[in-house]
Design a protein around this ligand. Sequence first.
Ligand code: GLC
Length: 637
Amino acid sequence: MARSPAATAVACLLVAAVFLTTAAAGAEYVKYKDPKQPINERVQDLLSRMTLEEKIGQMSQIERANATTEVIEKYFIGSVLSGGGSVPAEKATASVWQKMITAMQKAALKTRLGIPIIYGIDAVHGNNNVYNATIFPHNIGLGATRDPTLVKRIGEATAHEARATGIPYTFAPCVAVCRDPRWGRCYESYSEDTRLVQLMTSNMVTGLQGDVPANHPKGVPFVGGSKKVAGCAKHFVGDGGTQRGINENNTVLSFHDLMRIHMPPYDNAVIKGISTVMISYSSFNGVKMHENKNLITDTLKNKMNFRGFVITDWQAVDRITNPPHQHYYHSIQETIHAGIDMVMIPYDYPEFVADLVKQVKQGQIRLDRVNDAVSRILRVKFTMGLFEDPLPDPRLHKELGAQEHRAIAREAVRKSLVLLKNGKKGDKQAMLPLSKKAKKILVAGSHAHDLGNQCGGWTIKRQGESGNNLTGVGTTILEAIKKAVSKNTTVDFVERPDKDDLAKSAGDYEYAVVAVGEPPYAETAGDNQNLTIPAPGPEVIKDVCGLVKCVVLLVSGRPLVVQPYVDYMDALVAAWLPGTEGQGVSDVLFGDYGFTGKLPRTWFKTVDQLPMNYGDKRYDPLFPFGYGITTKAAGHK
Ligand code: GLC
């Protein structure tokens, strides 16, 4: 319909007004800087202004230790990460973290086009690199809770604690479906059961990033506000299905079984607007995942419509070859062509940038592939408001280790513990709940008073560390027990009781709590083909439980060999890796809350049964998937 002369006149006046205002301000109107513009138009406008070097800079993620303001400006760096344990200073406070990231961001904003960096970290069970952060149970424990809304609240708390340090991006959740507990990363997996992993994935992504709006288009990244963070579903795909659980090794499966067992959580993540997906070091039927165009581009990007960006794992392009970094030039070509958008090159960024620029200029890598990668990266940055809100917010400092987060963590500990045995045959009453009014009790074992063992890997350091000097705030199992019992109860703590001494004193103790398990580990360091309880755990169990009524707490990242010792025990609890809030353990030991946890994975009898998962034809577990004795909260004995 033709516009009336009056309407035309008004329209002209409006356009003139905008033009004059802009001219008067002396600044050219720049579409990509206008938050009122549709994101795709901002992306295209910015892309059209970028040089090849600026584009490849956006595809580069370097390590914090190298990210000087000069490097960020010179290479137009798009992203910086803290590798596990990479901190601005030992015991750095939230403000020290924020100061570091602010300096980096100001350098990025000074570049010609002012594209902000996105800073990433492995906040995988809380903001776990950071001193005094709340450390939540690792994912295997969250799977045992069967409580998706709790997992969402943990995601929200984790996002707040990451933003407290100025960090808007976490390499979480790990959505692996661990099919063999011999895998060193099995504790990073919610379960062996795909559906349980899907349920927890949807809720963790939503907790971290925010609830996607109704009718949000599938696959488009979403981060809802400055207290949320961009997430990263990892490690795509089949990382938990490698042969004998060997980390970064080969997953041998039919394509149908890969799609049935390992792919569904990625679909849930994409539906919930996941911002990034990290590729697995492992291979699928002999093809390195980082070179797998069919799965990255044809399946994840095209069929599942993932519109965020795909990132490599740490130095994964180097590790296409063995030994690493051979034919690096060729590895870059193969991985970028497969669909990689951002490359985690902690140290070798000069070589990476030079090689990639050269390959594009020589036509070995198509410019439209680079443009697709950069568009995806820019889409995430625009979506999460980084252009409008690039700097850390000092008002969020107080979120680090906040009491309400610790309360959520304590609830998660309570709900994650799985009661596997509660009394011996013929006992008149169950062993648990324990009495708070016992005259004298014994607490023993390497994991009773050790916050580092309680937290496991990915805590302050990538491998974590035993002892009580790792992080500041936390409660060990022993401390929790002491807080729970009456002031007239004597609590003896003997980490490794002497058998002869015990023979003399055993009659003094009403009961014993024995906490043993695995030392902290991460990734390949945790690969284990025998899964025995590390010494002296079995001896402590036999010595103590042979003389005193005992409850054994197994603090581990997975099921271990316990069958030979179960008959010694009056009670057995799988505690997984509970984190800093040890009072969640005493809450259920003493009956303030009932046990509700259910096994998120099958508990084998012997390792030669492995792999053995719920639904297998041959299924002969010690305790089956889903098993767990429930108890009611009790008045105190
Ligand atoms: C590690 C892990 C990955 C982590 C990344 C950055 O090697 O495989 O889970 O996100 O490097 O720390």
